[in-house]
Design a protein around this ligand. Structure first.
Ligand SMILES: Nc1ncnc2c1ncn2[C@@H]1O[C@H](COP(=O)(O)OP(=O)(O)OP(=O)(O)O)[C@@H](O)[C@H]1O
Ligand SMILES: Cc1ncc(C[n+]2csc(CCO)c2C)c(N)n1
Length: 304
């Protein structure tokens, strides 16, 4: 499923440590191939976050890929990035490519020490180097129009999660006319750490006008905003039969559904009161109408 969505996606982003999972797990889908070949085929367009979880080898790999003439750029200069460097986390630095493989010009910036490394590298490759000193004073490093994975370091922002940063980026990236049509699939969004899971659900509520689907191997979660009447078409070959409907943010004075084994009929729902778990889909089309945001969750069948 992940592989399929990855191929179909218009834009592939990794939230910080998510890049480690792509790096480690993509080759497992092609066990007969050389892992590097697989990684060279499936790489993220963007890696975004506070860069405290991505491993140095992964950062190096996706920012260098197969391009020989590499330009290094800053990993940012905020305390966290600096600490990470001191811990030996960043064996080199975030790096990006020159504009194309024939480029004879390298750009980069950031910490003094990085600048030093950059200029030496450029010098050893006999190419002119321009150090962007301005980047030394800014913790947000954006690298434009460089091929391969674009590394967006937001180590200054410790108040939003990496998923939040990624969704905000996708929304900014999307033309206004298209923003209602986009659907963001978040692989690896469930399982392991409950604080992360709740943070991810909070992102659904924060960006309630964008369709975002949180996925794990076992289930999916989506927000059903109270502003709409919802029709959910069940793909019974891959999802169901178990499902749930949970009011989020505030109690619901009235929720009505069709197509479920235990349908709700103008029912009151709230945490501490009625929530619908271990429900079962009975029809191919489920309808939901509520005066409160609801989380819709449905099981995903193991693919054999
Ligand atoms: N176990 C998990 N369950 C659900 N989502 C996760 C999990 N681990 C990571 N994520 C998601 O991936 C994003 C990036 O993960 P990453 O490991 O880089 O987190 P982080 O920003 O370093 O957080 P922390 O410092 O608290 O570990 C998170 O913002 C979260 O959306
Ligand atoms: C009240 C409050 N709780 C926790 C954090 C910490 N925090 C929230 S998101 C984030 C980034 C994770 O990549 C971090 C460190 C905060 N800032 N404010």
């Amino acid at each position: 499923m992940f592989y399929g969505s990855c191929r179909a996606a218009q834009l592939r982003l990794c939230a910080d440590g998510g890049a480690n999972r792509l790096f480690d797990e993509m080759p497992e889908l092609f066990p007969l191939e050389d892992p590097s070949d697989v990684r060279n085929r499936y790489w993220p367009d963007v890696i975004k976050g506070d860069m405290d979880s991505i491993r140095a080898e992964v950062l190096d790999f996706y920012s260098n890929l197969d391009y020989p003439d590499v330009a290094l750029a800053s990993v940012g200069c905020m305390p966290q990035a600096r600490r990470a460097r001191e811990d030996g986390w960043y064996t080199s630095t975030a790096s990006s490519r020159t504009d194309n493989s024939n480029s004879a010009h390298v750009r980069g910036g950031g910490l003094d020490i990085v600048g030093h490394m950059l200029s030496k590298l450029a010098e050893s490759n006999n190419i002119p180097f321009e150090f962007l000193a301005a980047a030394m004073f800014c913790s947000k490093v954006e690298l434009d129009d460089l091929g391969g994975s674009k590394i967006l370091d937001e180590s200054h922002d410790q108040d939003t999660t990496d998923l939040h940063k990624c969704v905000a980026y996708i929304r900014d990236f999307t033309q206004n006319d298209d923003s209602n049509n986009i659907c963001i699939l978040v692989a690896g969004a469930l399982g392991g750490r409950f604080d992360h899971e709740i943070g991810n659900i909070n992102v659904l509520c924060r960006f309630s006008s964008t369709r975002i689907v949180l996925l794990s191997e076992d289930c999916l979660i989506q927000l059903l905003p109270r502003t709409h009447h919802h029709e959910i078409h069940i793909l019974s070959s891959v999802e169901g039969p178990h499902c749930g409907l949970i009011p989020i943010g505030m109690p619901s004075a009235s929720t009505t559904t069709t197509g479920l084994q235990w349908d709700l009929n103008n029912a009151e729902m709230e945490f501490g009161g009625l929530v619908s778990t271990s429900n079962v889909v009975r029809e191919e089309k489920i309808t939901v109408q509520s005066d409160s945001h609801l989380l819709w969750t449905i099981s995903i069948q193991k693919q054999i």
